[in-house]
Design a protein around this ligand. Structure first.
Ligand code: RVP
Length: 499
């Protein structure tokens, strides 16, 4: 039975973590965490599915840093599927579908293709059979005079078979050894019939060294998630995203306990075609909400009704649960089920990450903390010499309105897919701007660095240890005031403290 005033909803600013006995140092902690039932990440940060936060550039940056991006859904199915594709191709242990040349192409054509894709050479395949017959690179084209580029054919200048190749399925380490041993830049992968099946390049291995924490699938491609709804052609969208290689789908609505969302999760989880990908459900903010999503089959539950910096749900509808309590309640429902919790929205500082994890989350989703980065969509805005980027709620008028477009793809997030005119929309978010804050790399570094410090104070080497050792103290408004810098004028803005 629900006793309405039996407990108080608490949020990030209402609590602090107690310092504990520790022999951990910040640099040696491991922040690996379970993102969904089947996917773990080294950094517990996810970028929000919002049109001012996550498109392919953000998703690539987040996955490289060890987190994950969820592509927003306020765009056509084709555009979103194309973005998934871009992330999956961006950095790969193996390029599964390399751009190729044919023997009869002119050198000029190859030169143009290389320019377009910014690559230094192409495998050459027989047009009909797809059989590898050579490779053509800058080196081969360099001595073809400008005037003869259009008349010289690829087969006249390419490096022909036999080439150094490897079978499909070769391990990354073995491929790297071959590239080094033969001092080559590209290693074509072929099947028994000699048909080109893939390509590995030195460039991709350089990136592997540069991003050791990167979130990757078992083919070595960066991981990416994408948001879908439940209304209209949402299931077709799911299919197109699957086709493009998406790793996780998020059924993304403002009330995860709605019938539409529960049915969509059940449909996806019941369809063998989707067996290979995980489905995140959300958002909910209670024990019952989490239980409903888990019962429907969700592989992770996303928590947050109203905490978002741009969100007005709690004032427009009077609905929501302060976030620490919401996470705590959802985590209780998830205990023992193996379903991880994602704390979505309301984080202001790095210290909030550890608070979310101790309350029971396994990872956090960020909007405002990433919207000001270079990799977020949108241009810089200059106001009085200061730099900003725009940031808006997906329930803001701007995001819900059609304004000339045939449709707004995010209306069903707020259950207003049936609203005929823009004038009749009820917004649950606002449109604003946030301070420009450099690259995703710099920001993720500061956020995870803050988490490392939390783990040191609590004496936790791992996220599960943090969750079991962490203890809260409730604080008052006076305590919160004491927590922030006070009685002093800040003269230099710290990279991890912006007001
Ligand atoms: P924040 O990180 O506090 O900026 O919050 C981001 C979250 O806010 C998103 O992940 C989403 O759950 C929620 N959101 C997005 N749009 C709106 C809205 O218009 N109400 N809310």
């Amino acid at each position: 039975e629900h006793d309405p005033f039996a407990f108080t909803g608490l949020t990030y600013d209402d609590v602090l973590l107690l310092p504990e006995e520790t022999d951990v140092i910040p640099s040696e902690v491991d922040t690996t965490t379970q993102l969904t039932r089947n996917i773990s990440v080294k950094v517990p940060l996810i970028s929000a599915a919002m049109d001012t936060v996550t498109e392919s550039r953000m998703a690539i940056a987040m996955a490289r840093q060890g987190g994950l991006g969820i592509l927003h859904r306020n765009m056509s199915i084709e555009d979103q599927a194309e973005m998934v594709d871009r992330v999956k191709r961006s950095e790969s242990g193996m390029i599964t579908n390399p751009v190729t040349a044919t023997p009869e192409m002119s050198v000029a054509e190859v030169d143009a293709i290389c320019g377009e894709y910014r690559i230094s050479g192409l495998p050459v395949v027989e047009e009909d059979s797809g059989k590898l017959v050579g490779i053509i690179s800058n080196r081969d084209m360099r001595f073809v005079p400008e005037s003869e580029m259009h008349t010289t054919k690829v087969h006249e200048v390419m490096t022909s078979m036999p080439l150094i190749t490897a079978p499909v399925g070769i391990s990354g380490d073995e491929a790297f050894r071959l590239l080094g041993q033969h001092r080559i830049e590209k290693l074509p992968l072929v099947d028994e019939a000699g048909v080109l099946k893939g390509l590995m390049t030195v460039k991709d291995f350089d990136k592997r060294d540069k991003y050791p924490d990167a979130s990757k699938d078992d083919q070595g491609r960066l991981r990416v998630g994408a948001a879908i709804g439940f209304f209209g052609d949402a299931f077709d969208r799911a299919g197109a995203l699957l086709e493009s290689g998406v790793d996780v789908l998020v059924v993304d609505t403002a009330n995860g306990q709605s019938r539409g969302e529960i049915e969509m999760i059940k449909r996806l989880k019941g369809d063998p075609a989707f067996a290979g990908i995980d489905v995140i459900g959300g958002n909910i903010a209670t024990f019952g909400g989490a239980k409903a999503l888990i019962d429907a089959g969700a592989d992770a539950v996303k928590v947050g009704v109203g905490p978002g910096s741009i969100c007005t749900t709690r004032v427009v509808a009077g609905v929501g649960v302060p976030q620490i309590t919401a996470i705590y309640e959802a985590a209780k429902a998830a205990r023992g089920t193996g379903v991880p919790i994602i704390a979505d929205g309301g984080l202001q500082f790095s210290g909030d990450i550890a608070k979310a994890l101790v309350a029971g989350a396994n990872s956090v989703m960020l909007g405002s903390l990433l919207a000001g980065t270079d990799e977020a969509p949108g241009d810089l805005i200059f106001v009085n010499g200061k730099q900003f980027k725009s940031y808006r709620g997906m329930g803001s008028l701007g995001a819900l309105q059609t304004r000339g477009k045939k449709t707004s793809y995010s209306r069903d997030r707020y259950f207003q897919a049936d609203v005929p005119a823009d004038d009749d929309l009820i917004a649950e978010g606002i449109e604003g701007k946030v301070q420009y804050r450099g690259t995703v790399r710099q920001n993720v570094f500061q956020l995870t660095g803050g988490l490392h410090q939390s783990m040191f104070y609590v004496g936790a080497r791992t996220v599960p240890e943090l969750q079991s050792r962490g203890r809260f103290v409730r604080i008052t408004p006076a305590g919160l005031k004491e927590s922030h810098p006070h009685d002093v004028q800040m003269v230099v803005e710290a990279p991890n403290y912006k007001r």
